[in-house]
Write a protein that binds this ligand. Structure first.
Ligand SMILES: CCCCCCC[C@H](O)CC(=O)SCCNC(=O)CCNC(=O)[C@H](O)C(C)(C)COP(=O)([O-])OP(=O)([O-])OC[C@H]1O[C@@H](n2cnc3c(N)ncnc32)[C@H](O)[C@@H]1OP(=O)([O-])[O-]
Length: 729
């Protein structure tokens, strides 16, 4: 059999038919056309007895070309028509599924009469993650094949399933360990002459459930709850409902209507933007022209983690999960034992979640995970991640030690969330090997890894840190060095506005509710309680903003000539540290509890505070809460772009989606700003800035002003309007 590129239609008789295209990049019009031509020829050719469809380079198909959805003049055969054509073929058609069959690719396989999968193949309908639904009749065929509950699960979550799961569900007919194409050809030859009617899914009824309507109603509520304002999962349920209530052809029409509704919703555009942005940030650039294409990573065969607090424990866990042997170090035996117990508990839980792979974790083996107080054991590791308190002196002491002990090529990473990478690197004799790897709590769950290069960090070090992100299955985003880097720097003005709103009349639960309704997983006050209010308090003490170092006579609500709110400090002074102490901006059932209840104690503290400072509380509406919090954050984003701290708005958006719970269906803060329109963002910032002239965070960034003056160009052109690219890029 000849193998070319793209999906192939090959005759089991003497003729072979093949299409062209790039399997992974999505099904192109050329592939569709070639498949249609091939099938028509196969049907017309009496010497062809059966047809086999396979992909190129060991991959069946990644589905429709996502970029094609935004091209308005798309012409040519449609994927749905092709799937129908396959199904109606008079000769048996067998899909040979290797690698992946996703989205439209799986829908093509559903049109085939038989499906053979390689044991390592993965299948799924991920359209929902792109704000769509399987629009090539997948929502109508899959429930007919595997039943409503399993089909609904795949369609509303977009999850990929293994070949074995697919076999169990009845999605494929056979799983093979060796040559899938050969096996599919073999099956094709075996079924020649057998009736095709029962194999045509469009002719089958949907297997009934005892209470299909009740099941679908419950499913709708469940996905609505989970989706937080994202439309696609709910419309997926509606499409599956159509399969249960309507004949096939009417169900297909309903599927098409729902698909078109989603396509024009704006959310699909945001989610597809997020898909490409996550891939775009893999290409990084750094000072002196260094870039991803010219830098090779060093191997990562072993690692060490210093500090077994909350972050360190999570980092050890994700290294073990990535199969990288780890040395975990603490400063004394007491802390080491506490840390060891916590890490083991986390790993046990992870192993349970991973079930069949638990053996592979092998974390009881000292060759894979070792606990120590002895720095000497760090001598040979490829990578060290320091995760101690945010204390510059302590970090410098550790890095000084590391530069004496570790092998010269070892990568020295700091998990600081805000501190100066260059100052930390200055404590070593090899600043080119020092880099920031900012994990997000819980580190074994959150997908983001902010990678911060310093003035001397080498391209190899950046490439190795990006490789680390990939090994840990995280999204690595390379950014420059400044206080708070990208994520936290944008977060400061957002949280600051949230606190100012409390001073002026809001309650914590009101502000949180508005931002959670917008789509954030948790609002700023719930988030602060979760992270621990003492963390920020310690940082503000370090910066001289609160505590004994504040000069006598400093106005309570002013620092360095700008507005300051001592409210968070007051909470900490009264022992309210958030969830860990059982009280913070909310009340919890106990210290360490997780259920936040509005706290009358906080309400009276706020009333007292306003009285003390002569503030007349006012009603603040949702729009003002949203604008002040979000536009302040976005404004800082423009300043970051102008300073060259990040290479583009996609970087900021990927950071916010993966590290800060920004709703993915809104595409990230900078994408959101583009959606709202930069002139409006600017006008509202100007308005709020006039009302609060002592808040620099509301003063519009010069870059935002410039973009508006240039006519509000599309997001992908923003960076070309920076008069001079920063030397950091
Ligand atoms: C009336 C209505 C009719 C409509 C019919 C609707 C039909 C259908 O239901 C809709 C769909 O199929 S929706 C589609 C449903 N399918 C999906 O949602 C699958 C989306 N794709 C994936 O999940 C992952 O890419 C894979 C798991 C395939 C590979 O992961 P990996 O090995 O880590 O590789 P990687 O780095 O991720 O990708 C490599 C390069 O390929 C690129 N590219 C990939 N897929 C693309 C596509 N479909 N398209 C375009 N490009 C695609 C990707 O951007 C990247 O480009 P770069 O320039 O190098 O940056």
């Amino acid at each position: 059999m000849r193998r070319g590129r793209g999906l192939h239609a090959a005759g089991a008789g003497p003729e072979r038919y093949q299409g062209y295209g790039r399997g992974l990049r999505g099904i192109s019009l050329a592939v569709l056309q070639a498949l249609e031509d091939g099938l028509e020829k196969a049907d017309a050719d009496p010497s062809v007895k059966a047809v086999m469809i396979c992909g190129e380079n060991g991959k069946f198909s990644a589905g429709a070309d996502i970029r094609g959805f935004s091209s308005p003049n798309r012409q040519g055969p449609s994927l749905a028509a092709l799937v129908s054509l396959i199904e109606s073929s008079k000769k048996p058609v067998v899909a040979a599924i290797e690698g992946i069959a996703l989205g439209g690719g799986l829908e093509v396989a559903l049109g085939c009469h038989y499906r053979v999968a390689h044991v390592k193949a993965r299948m799924g309908l991920p359209e929902v993650t792109l704000g769509l639904l399987p629009g090539a009749e997948g929502t109508q065929r899959l429930p007919r094949l595997i039943g409503v509950p399993a089909a609904l699960d795949m369609i509303t979550t977009g999850k990929h399933i293994s070949a074995h799961e697919a076999l169990k569900l009845g999605l494929v007919d056979e799983v093979v360990e060796a040559n899938t194409v050969e096996a599919a050809m073999h099956l094709a030859n075996q079924v020649i002459g057998q009736p095709l009617g029962p194999r045509r899914l469009s002719l089958r009824p949907v297997p009934p459930l005892p209470d299909t309507d009740g099941f679908l109603r419950a499913a709708r509520l469940r996905v609505r709850e989970r989706a937080r304002g994202c439309l696609a999962p709910e419309l997926c349920v509606q499409a599956v409902r159509a399969a249960t209530e309507l004949p096939f052809s009417a169900g297909v029409r309903r599927e098409r209507e729902l698909f078109v509704e989603l396509l024009s919703s704006g959310q699909a555009r945001a989610l597809q933007y997020a898909f490409f942005a996550e891939r775009a940030v893999r290409r990084w650039s750094a000072p002196g022209g260094a870039a991803s294409h010219g830098a090779a990573p060093r191997p990562l065969r072993s690692a060490a983690v210093i500090g077994l607090g909350t972050m360190g424990r999570g980092i050890v866990t994700c290294l073990v999960k990535a199969n990288i042997p780890v040395v975990a170090l603490e400063q004394n035996l007491e802390y080491l034992n506490v840390g060891r117990k916590a890490v083991m508990l986390l790993l046990e839980r992870e192993a349970k979640k991973m079930e069949q792979d638990a053996q592979a974790l092998d974390f009881h083996n000292p060759a894979r995970l070792q606990f120590t107080v002895d720095f000497d054991l760090l001598r040979d590791v490829d990578l060290v991640i320091e995760a101690v308190f945010e204390d510059m002196a302590l970090k410098k002491e550790i890095f000084h030690k590391l530069s004496r002990i570790c092998k010269p090529e070892a990568l020295l990473c700091t998990n600081t969330s805000a501190l100066d990478i260059d100052e930390i690197a200055s404590a070593t004799s090899r600043p080119e090997q020092v880099i920031g790897t900012h994990f997000f709590s819980p580190a074994h769950v959150m997908r983001l890894l902010e990678i911060i290069y310093g003035r001397h960090t080498s391209p190899t070090a950046i490439a190795t840190a990006m490789q680390l992100a990939r090994a840990l299955r995280k999204v690595g985003v390379v950014v420059g060095n400044c206080f708070g880097f990208v994520g936290n720097r944008m977060m400061f003005p957002y949280v600051e506005q949230a606190v100012f709103l409390l001073e002026e009349g809001s309650r914590p639960e009101e502000v949180d509710q508005v931002l959670e309704d917008f789509g954030f997983k948790i609002g700023p006050f719930r988030m602060s309680d979760l992270a621990g209010l003492d963390v920020g308090w310690r940082s503000r003490q370090g910066q001289g903003l609160t505590g004994p170092s504040v000069p006598a006579g400093t106005p309570a609500r002013q620092r360095l000539g700008r507005r300051y709110s001592p409210l968070p400090d007051l909470l900490c002074e009264s022992g309210r540290f958030g969830q860990k102490s059982g009280t913070g901006w909310y009340r919890y059932e106990r210290a360490g509890g997780r259920t936040a209840t509005p706290d009358p104690g906080v309400h009276s503290l706020l009333a007292q505070y306003r009285h003390t400072h002569g503030i007349r509380p006012r009603h603040i509406d949702q729009e003002e809460i949203l604008e002040r919090c979000l536009f302040a954050l976005i404004n800082e984003g423009f300043a970051i772009l102008a300073e060259g701290i990040a290479a583009g708005p996609e970087h900021l958006d990927v950071i916010y989606i993966n590290g800060y719970g920004w709703p993915r269906h809104r595409g990230g803060p900078m994408f959101y700003a583009a959606t709202v329109g930069l002139p409006r963002v600017l006008a509202r910032l100007q308005h709020h800035s006039q009302a609060h002239p002592d808040v620099p965070g509301l003063r519009p960034s010069a870059f935002l002003e410039k973009l508006v003056a240039m006519g509000n160009p599309p997001l992908k052109e923003w960076m070309s309007y920076l008069s001079q690219q920063s030397p950091r890029l």
